[in-house]
Write a protein that binds this ligand. Structure first.
Ligand code: C2E
Ligand code: CA
Ligand code: CA
Length: 428
């Protein structure tokens, strides 16, 4: 593999896709494409024909790759295709069969057909405990298998994290909770028109060996045990405590809100209802100041009962429901139809590409219109540039969140940030 493509794959692309797969309970697929018969073409028909064939093959591969798939040329005659957020292995098999089909069709050169069938190696992983290097080793092994066999493609699954590792992590996480090593960071949410901060999203971090571990990493482990209930309860109490503290130090025009990420597992029984009910009473916070963020995965197992649980939270406790990472999944509209949510958070994948990709811009505009027609407000997440803010204002989306306004803040930084920010923004 060429060094720069390998470095990008290993350090940038695969870690990002693995984290996304863990977060969305999906798989990452990786396909390596090579053309072992190219050597033969070069020696029999000359390098010019070989180069032309390779160029034609690379056009076919780029046409084949969908926009959300990532294609890299890893060396002269080797390509790597990443398939993000795959639902199941069967889809990878389908992709391989189609790719093989297309690349096996003959190329017409001087009216005579010339064949250059591919060899395809593929792997997939669910991301939990898997590193980029594991995927690359597995995909190279799969390609070697294909080259040594009569089949054009083979799949080698990337080994998942050993069970002992999972147990170790769960017990470390358990003692982290007991020793109070979880911390909350707060990311501001801003009214796009007035520029005023209206509230914060609470984001959990695990302080471990002088660093902060991302929730993308540890929440999936917690979700495989009862730990997720403890974490949710801890986050709930600490965000409401922070809200009360802000009330004492900061008097804005409107009471600030706090948004909490809640795992779908917490909707399975009465746990969440009881916890929220108790926490609101203990901290004496108006329920409409608490927003519960749920992603599509929360509704995947049983849409009707998850939707009932959400609607009960809203009707009986008065808290607001927000649909997080909207647009990423397959059944967003079905959820919109069943859940009485007041907020739609447009996933940062679309927001990020808005200014460089016309289709993403149209998708975001369409989601804003859809939310408006259902009486919901929209939050665009992952805003990183002023151009994105002005494009969102044209729609207009209501709220924004992202590094452009602020990275998530430690508890001790929140008041100073608020005073400085609202002082410099322009109320309507
Ligand atoms: P999320 O709910 O989509 O949260 C937003 C994530 O995007 C945060 O990552 C935040 O730091 C990051 N982010 C915000 N603005 C930008 C931006 O402009 N650019 C980029 N590139 N990133 C931005 P974080 O804090 O690592 O959280 C990751 C995910 O972990 C969250 O995604 C949420 O799904 C989950 N999570 C966080 N805290 C909790 C929790 O207490 N419980 C549960 N169940 N999940 C949590
Ligand atoms: Ca969220
Ligand atoms: Ca989100």
């Amino acid at each position: 593999m060429s060094t720069s493509a390998n470095v990008r794959l290993r350090n940038l692309i695969l870690p990002r896709e693995l984290a996304a797969a863990v977060r969305h309970r999906r798989l990452v697929g990786v396909i390596l494409i090579s053309f072992p018969t190219l050597k033969e073409v070069n020696s029999k028909r000359g390098y010019e024909t070989g180069d032309w064939l390779l160029e034609q093959a690379s056009i076919k591969i780029s046409e084949f790759a969908k926009t959300d798939e990532c294609l890299l040329r890893v060396s002269g005659a080797k390509f790597c295709l990443i398939l993000p957020l795959l639902r199941e292995e069967a889809i990878l098999e389908m992709v391989l069969a189609r790719l093989d089909d297309q690349l096996s069709t003959p190329y017409q050169i001087a009216a005579s057909p010339l064949f250059m069938p591919p060899k395809l190696g593929a792997t997939y992983a669910d991301g939990l405990g898997v590193e980029a290097g594991d995927l690359l080793n597995a995909v190279e092994a799969a390609l070697r298998n294909a080259c040594d066999s009569t089949k054009n493609w083979t799949i080698v699954e990337t080994a998942a994290a050993p069970k002992e590792l999972l147990k170790d992590l769960q017990s470390e996480l358990k003692s982290a909770i007991e020793q109070n090593k979880l911390t909350l960071f707060f990311q501001p949410q801003v009214d796009l028109v007035s520029g005023q901060c209206i509230g914060f999203e609470a984001l959990t971090r695990w302080q471990h060996l002088n660093t902060y571990i991302s929730p993308d990493f540890f929440i999936p482990y917690a979700e495989r045990s009862e730990l997720i209930h403890q974490i949710t309860n801890w986050t709930l109490h600490n965000s409401l405590r922070q809200l009360k503290e802000l009330d004492e130090h900061y008097a804005g025009d409107k009471p600030l809100t706090v948004s909490l990420n809640v795992s779908g597992r917490c909707l399975d029984d009465d746990f969440l209802f009881r916890s929220i009910h108790n926490a609101l009473a203990i901290w004496n916070v108006d329920p409409e100041r608490l927003i519960i963020e749920l992603t599509e995965t929360a509704f995947m197992k049983d849409l009707t009962s998850a939707a009932d649980a959400c609607n009960r939270l809203k009707q009986q406790l008065g808290v607001e429901i927000s649909l997080d990472d909207f647009g990423l999944g397959y059944s967003g509209l079905e959820i919109l139809n069943c859940v009485n949510a007041s907020e739609l958070k447009i996933d940062r994948m679309f927001v990020d590409k808005m200014c460089s990709n016309e289709r993403s811009l149209k998708i975001v505009a369409g989601l804003v219109k859809l939310a408006d027609s259902l009486g919901m407000r929209t939050v665009a997440e992952g805003i990183e540039s002023p151009e994105t803010v002005s494009a969102l204002l044209d729609m207009p989306a209501h709220l924004g969140q992202g590094f452009f306004f602020s990275k998530p803040l430690a508890e001790s930084q929140v008041v100073a940030w608020l005073e400085n920010h609202n002082h410099h923004s322009n109320p309507p």
